[in-house]
Ligand binder design. Structure first.
Ligand SMILES: Nc1ncnc2c1ncn2[C@@H]1O[C@H](COP(=O)(O)OP(=O)(O)OP(=O)(O)O)[C@@H](O)[C@H]1O
Ligand SMILES: [Mg+2]
Length: 362
């Protein structure tokens, strides 16, 4: 160790990456912290479809070695310069439940109660999952008697899923210090509202993740097994177009004005209305149970980039709709701002992961 460097050399700030292993593509975002600001160093995305014999934008189910290989390609193509990573866990492979359990004054006793009770809520043997939980803080008036119950968020991830992710990380020679369920990464990157409940809709390729965030905590979450790939499939079959053509047209036009008769708005409305209908049920369930109204919807994920989708969503839900801008939490050259805003929703998970990773070095 050099004593001189320690005395005089400014500590070189650490670059970190967030790696989002989505069903249709891998995304990476590299950040560095400078004077309290997260600087965007590089980012990139690589579709998994071509590695799995399906089109870009379609979901895949590849083995770890293949995903690792793709990740190596992505890291090279995006000129990533660090191995220091945080990695996402798909929501569809995890279980989140908010439960009320008996309160115990003693922390050890509380832990035992939670771990015993958790079994009732997890539909697989506890030995097959990694279990995590945290107690939601509750503001009690001063002098109030100790509460009878505590609200606990139980989180379980299947061992197989974690093993897969660890193998991907190993194959790409990365060093991951944490794996985080994608929902939590997205919240860090896109939710700013501190108090009022907000609905997040992450429209991915294979699934749409719906969740209500209240005071930074997930109050309700739901996985809809439909997403962007279904939009493309529907355009393709309804209008007799190849999947490639349908995917391209969808990205070019979305819900926007059509210059030709390539596909009709009714075609994509068919899919989005089905997704939104299910999201609305989850929303109503939350609003009824908690006697609160959701004040805002945030659209994110690749499907959230769909042209004019916010307008359609707004008329569907009659709630203010905002499109996620995760790169807004980072500093980048001004000339890139527009592009970053346009593609932002796709990178919400990886930005959120990188932001958490940065905290390890602050
Ligand atoms: N400009 C666009 N307009 C419409 N759809 C788009 C656009 N860009 C990407 N998509 C769609 O978004 C989907 C991919 O989104 P995303 O990258 O969030 O998925 P993923 O993270 O791989 O999947 P999942 O989260 O379901 O595992 C694809 O189906 C793609 O066609
Ligand atoms: Mg995703």
């Amino acid at each position: 160790m050099s004593f001189i460097a320690k005395l005089f050399g400014a500590k070189k700030s650490q670059s970190v990456i967030g790696v989002d292993i989505g069903s249709s593509s891998l995304k990476v975002v590299q950040l560095r912290r400078e004077r309290g600001t997260a600087i965007l160093e590089t980012y990139g995305e690589l579709a998994l479809g071509p590695y799995a014999g399906v089109g870009v934008g379609q979901a895949t189910n590849l083995p770890a070695a293949k995903i690792g290989e793709t990740l190596v390609d992505l890291l090279r193509e995006s000129t990533v310069t660090t191995k220091s990573a945080g990695v996402s866990i798909p929501f569809s492979r995890s279980l989140l439940t908010l439960v009320e359990l008996p309160h115990r004054e003693d922390a050890e006793e509380q832990k035992t109660v939670i771990e015993l009770e958790a079994r009732k809520y997890i539909p697989v043997p506890v030995s097959e999952v990694q279990l995590d939980w945290f107690i939601l803080p509750e503001a009690l008036p001063e002098g109030a008697p100790p509460p009878q119950k505590v609200k606990v968020l139980l989180v379980a991830v299947h061992n197989d899923e974690l093993a897969l992710l660890e193998n991907v990380v190993k194959a790409a020679a990365l060093e991951a210090s944490f794996y985080e369920i994608e929902i939590f990464s997205t919240i860090r990157a896109v939710v700013d509202e501190p108090v009022k409940p907000v609905l997040v809709l992450d429209i991915g390729a294979s699934a749409t993740k719906v969740y209500v965030v209240e005071r930074g905590v997930v109050a309700l979450s739901h996985n809809i097994p439909e997403g962007g790939q279904d939009v493309t499939r529907t355009i393709s079959s309804a209008h007799n177009l190849t999947m490639e053509k349908a995917e391209t047209l969808k990205k070019e036009q979305g819900f926007g004005a059509h210059t030709d008769d390539s596909y009709t708005l009714e075609t994509i409305q068919l899919v989005f209305s089905r997704i939104f209908e299910e999201a609305k049920r989850a929303l109503t369930q939350y609003e009824t149970a908690h006697e609160k109204t959701v004040s805002e919807i945030i659209l994110t994920g690749g499907g959230g980039v769909t042209k004019e989708l916010a307008k359609y969503a707004q008329s569907f839900f009659s709630i203010d709709v905002k499109i996620a801008d995760p790169f807004g939490k980072t500093q980048a050259p001004a000339f890139m701002r527009q592009v970053l805003q346009d593609i932002g929703p796709e990178f919400a998970v990886s930005v959120g992961l990188a932001l958490r990773k940065l905290e390890e070095f602050s």
